[in-house]
Design a protein around this ligand. Structure first.
Ligand code: UDP
Ligand code: MG
Length: 322
């Protein structure tokens, strides 16, 4: 068992007045039980992050905070989207907590998985990913789009944990290192694996949203996927480069073909010149764009200034602290 066991559950909320009451009730039971079992400390809290809601969400959060000592909240100055709201919550919670779990307000992710996550934390894991074991309860549309999303991400060279969204446990030291990832285009589920440390997964069933509607319509989901790819992978640039190489290769073949036709005397005057020019010039252009793209890709990753390494243990320090 780890001694530092103050848990904060961070929950971004955007227009969630319909679900907050029920969510609060269920989480209160869960946290109280965990405190009783001494798995988490008495200072543990649920932290709601109001993401600039237009409805009564923030007033509700304030009311809950007054009534229940296990609940607290922060509010953003305006709507900044799920990922930013979540980051705001994580970075605030890490100042008070030893371990943080992030989840959605609608409790589609089974809160009973929290027990197992905490157990893994006590076993020494620093990140525990919640993974959906099945999507039986999701609509056909959500299931198909979500699954294609993970497959497409993989194809585009983004390393994500399959069927893992933003239900995860992270220890304080992970969040402290995470603060050094200064990028603005957030794709949190792809960034945490970059931090490293020992991790594990916990499987759970995904439920239906018990009230309210999804705040992730198709358009937002597509934007999110595109953000994920362009924030993590230079594969699209590589595809352009590869295309350039192929077209350039074909243009050499076309050149050969045109010469043969010319030599055989079957070409109309000017034809060889025009056809060869088109192929050769487009091939060279595509290739050049690809090469420039490679450099832009490099500049892109330099500007993100991600940490180049994270040391998880230094025996020199370990000795001193003994
Ligand atoms: N959310 C947010 N800001 C937004 C959109 C969504 O904080 O701009 C929150 C929302 O309140 C919920 C979580 O993100 O807690 C996930 O949203 P939702 O459940 O609607 O997505 P789905 O489960 O349908 O993918
Ligand atoms: Mg949901």
């Amino acid at each position: 068992m780890r001694k530092d066991n103050t848990l904060y559950v961070v929950i971004p909320c955007y227009n969630e007045e319909e679900v907050l009451e029920e969510t609060t009730k269920r989480l209160k039971e869960k946290l109280s039980a965990l405190i009783k079992e001494k798995k988490i400390s008495k200072d543990s809290r649920v932290m709601y992050v109001n993401d600039g809601s237009r409805d009564n969400t923030w007033n509700l959060i304030k009311k809950i905070n007054e009534k229940e000592k296990l609940f607290t909240g922060i509010t953003l100055s305006r709507n900044r989207g799920h990922q930013n709201a979540l980051l705001a919550g994580l970075m605030t919670a890490k100042n008070y907590a030893d371990v943080v779990i992030s989840m959605d307000a609608d409790l589609q992710d089974d809160i009973n998985a929290i027990d197992e996550m905490i157990d893994k934390y006590h076993e020494g894991k620093d990140i525990v990913y919640g993974v959906r074991s099945s999507r039986k309860k999701d609509t056909w549309f959500k299931k198909t789009t979500a699954q294609s999303f993970y497959k497409f991400m993989k194809f585009m060279g983004v390393d994500v944990v399959y069927n893992h969204a933003d239900y995860r446990l992270t220890s304080k030291r992970v969040l402290e290192e995470f603060e050094n990832f200064k990028e603005v285009n957030l794709f949190l589920r792809g960034m945490f694996p970059l931090v490293g440390y020992e991790s594990d997964v916990v499987y759970y069933e995904r439920h239906e949203r018990f009230a309210g509607e999804s705040k992730y319509p198709l358009k937002k989901m597509l934007n999110f996927a595109w953000d994920g790819i362009t924030s993590f992978s230079v594969r699209p640039i590589r595809l352009v480069l590869n295309l350039g190489i192929i077209i350039f290769g074909i243009s050499l073949l076309v050149l050969l073909y045109c010469l043969i036709v010319k030599i055989c005397g079957k070409a109309v005057t000017g034809w060889t010149f025009v056809v060869c020019s088109i192929w050769l010039v487009s091939g060279i252009q595509m290739l050049s764009i690809g090469i420039i793209g490679e450099y832009i890709g490099k500049i892109y990753s330099e500007t993100k200034a991600r940490p180049r390494f994270i040391i998880s243990e230094n025996l020199e320090e370990t000795k001193k602290n003994k």
